[in-house]
Design a protein around this ligand. Structure first.
Ligand code: AMP
Length: 271
């Protein structure tokens, strides 16, 4: 595994290879990240993982500062996985140049997390646009756990005619149903149990409204979730996952999108 901290040295190395499979991360690596990396390793190209906690996508400085970091264990995990390249850029390496492409921000960025985290998707698209320009990957591996992010990156790539293909990767969950997330390390045992109960509640609820949409009573669900120990719900909405249209009638192809808090920890999922 070759480690790079500077984009020019990285480019010298990778632009001579026949292509790159790229897995962007913010570190704090868990089984979700690892599944993306394993999938990338099965491609015909060399695997490049990046670790960069991108400050511009955090809407609160304190959240950026307290975001869980574990670079030493991350390095061990990546070595064991035998990836080809690791890119750990500084802020200046990423933000110290003017990208050729302008960020395209689809209007769906105003929904769901966009309503509650001002500037979040602008920050995500800004950093991804820069990574795409530096690395020019053939493939970019993204998790469906962050479905809105994945969708917006897809729209940017389409609009700007960028030649990277997105590989959508399924959400990896703990045995108790909770989606793996770097932020889960901030949950204690009891809070993890609450998150697990929320998952099972929503899964059953989805089954129910697939059978009969009349069960879709947001106020009741929100009340039930609070009863399970949820402190606050930013949103709970159902969308068709292909075109992000709201579901109005009986439909089979939708996911429930949720962002909620257990005490101070904000979790997102789509089920
Ligand atoms: P992050 O480090 O949180 O920015 O995530 C890096 C990539 O891993 C993103 O494409 C995420 O969608 C993906 N990811 C995070 N958690 C999971 C998970 N539980 N299952 C699958 N992919 C995930």
């Amino acid at each position: 595994m070759k480690i790079f901290k500077d984009k020019h040295t990285l480019q010298k190395e990778i632009l001579k290879t026949k292509g790159i499979s790229f897995v962007p991360t913010m570190g704090g690596l868990h089984k979700g990240h690892i599944s993306l990396i394993k999938k990338s390793k099965k491609s015909q190209f060399k695997t490049l993982v990046s670790i960069f906690v991108n400050p511009t996508q955090f809407n609160e400085k304190s959240d950026y500062r307290s975001y869980p970091r574990s670079i030493k264990t991350d390095l061990k995990k990546l070595k064991r996985l035998k990836i080809n390249y690791l890119y750990i850029p500084s802020f200046k390496d990423i933000y110290g140049f003017k990208p050729k492409e302008k960020v395209f921000l689809d209007k769906f960025s105003k929904k769901l997390c966009g309503r509650f985290r001002r500037g979040h998707f602008e920050g995500v698209l800004n950093v991804v646009n820069r990574f795409l320009e530096i690395i020019k990957p053939k493939y970019i591996f993204l998790g469906k756990k962050d479905y809105q992010q994945l969708y917006l990156i897809k729209k940017h790539i389409e609009k700007r005619k960028i030649k990277s293909k997105i590989i959508e990767c399924k959400t990896i969950r703990e045995n108790n149903g909770v989606a793996l997330s770097t932020r889960n390390s901030n949950l204690d045992e009891n809070q993890m149990k609450i998150a697990s109960n929320v998952y099972y509640y929503l899964r059953n609820f989805k089954k129910k409204i697939k059978k009969n949409y009349n069960f879709f009573n947001l106020n009741k669900i929100k009340k039930d979730l609070k009863g399970l120990g949820v402190s606050k719900i930013d949103y709970l909405e159902n969308y068709n996952t292909k075109n992000f249209k709201k579901i109005k009638r009986q439909s089979k192809k939708f996911n429930l999108f949720i962002a909620y808090y257990i005490k101070k920890v904000r979790l997102i999922d789509n089920i």
